[in-house]
Design a protein around this ligand. Structure first.
Ligand code: COA
Length: 158
C-alpha cells in the first residue's frame, strides 16, 4: 500500500460541473488526499483554457480541506507514476459510461499494472449532466445556475 494514499480524479473539466463536485466530495470522504488532475483531452476543443479550468476548480473545492487541484500533460499513467499514486477516481453516471470507462481503466492498468480505478456514482440528480451540455445551454441562453458551481456560472455571465 502506498504511504500517502492520494487518489487522483482526472478530467478535462471544461467546465467543472456540480456532477464533478459531487464525485470530488464523495472521494474526499474515502481517501486522505484527492488530487484533481486537469488536462487537455486531445479529441476535444476546449472552451476554457487549462489555467482557467484549474482556477475554477480551485474556487469550487476551496471548502474541502483534503483536495488539491493541479494540471498535467501527457499520459495519465506517467503522471501517477511521477507522484507515486496508483488510485484513480472516475464517475459512472449511467450504463452508457461503462464501456468507455472499462476500456480506459484497463488501458491505464496495461500502461502501469499498479493502477487501480475506483468508480463512484454521482447523485442521481447529476446522471444526465455533462460539460458539453452546460456549454450548449449557456450558449442558447438557458439557465445553468443549478448545474455548475457559482464561480463557473459567473464566468459564463461575463
Ligand atoms: N458529472 C458531470 N459530468 C461528468 C461527470 C460527472 N460526475 N463525469 C464525467 N462527466 C462529463 C465530463 O464533463 C465530460 O463532458 P464532455 O464530454 O461534455 O466534455 C464527459 O462526461 C466525459 O468525461 P471524461 O470521460 O472524464 O472525459 P474528460 O475529457 O473529462 O477526461 C481524461 C478524459 C482526461 C481523463 C483522459 O482523456 C485522459 O486520461 N487523458 C490523458 C492522456 C491519457 O493518458 N490517455 C490514455 C487514457 S487510457
Amino acid at each position: 500500500m502506498n504511504k500517502k494514499v492520494s487518489a487522483v480524479y482526472p478530467g478535462s473539466f471544461d467546465p467543472p460541473t456540480n456532477g464533478h463536485l459531487d464525485i470530488i466530495t464523495r472521494a474526499s470522504r474515502l481517501f486522505p488526499e484527492i488530487i484533481v488532475a486537469v488536462t487537455e483531452n486531445s479529441v476535444k476543443n476546449h472552451m476554457f483554457s487549462l489555467e482557467k479550468r484549474v482556477e475554477l476548480l480551485k474556487k469550487s473545492v476551496s471548502d474541502i480541506k483534503n483536495v488539491k487541484v493541479i494540471s498535467f500533460s501527457g499520459l495519465l499513467a506517467d503522471y501517477l507514476e511521477k507522484i507515486d499514486s496508483f488510485i484513480l477516481i472516475r464517475g459512472l453516471r449511467a450504463l452508457s459510461d461503462f464501456e468507455y470507462e472499462f476500456q480506459m481503466a484497463l488501458m491505464n492498468r496495461k500502461l502501469n499494472k499498479n493502477i487501480e480505478t475506483v468508480f463512484l456514482m454521482p447523485d442521481q440528480d447529476y446522471t444526465f449532466l455533462s460539460s458539453s451540455m452546460v456549454k450548449e445551454i449557456a450558449a442558447l441562453g438557458g439557465k445553468i445556475e443549478e448545474l455548475v458551481p457559482e464561480c463557473v456560472a459567473d464566468e459564463f455571465n461575463k
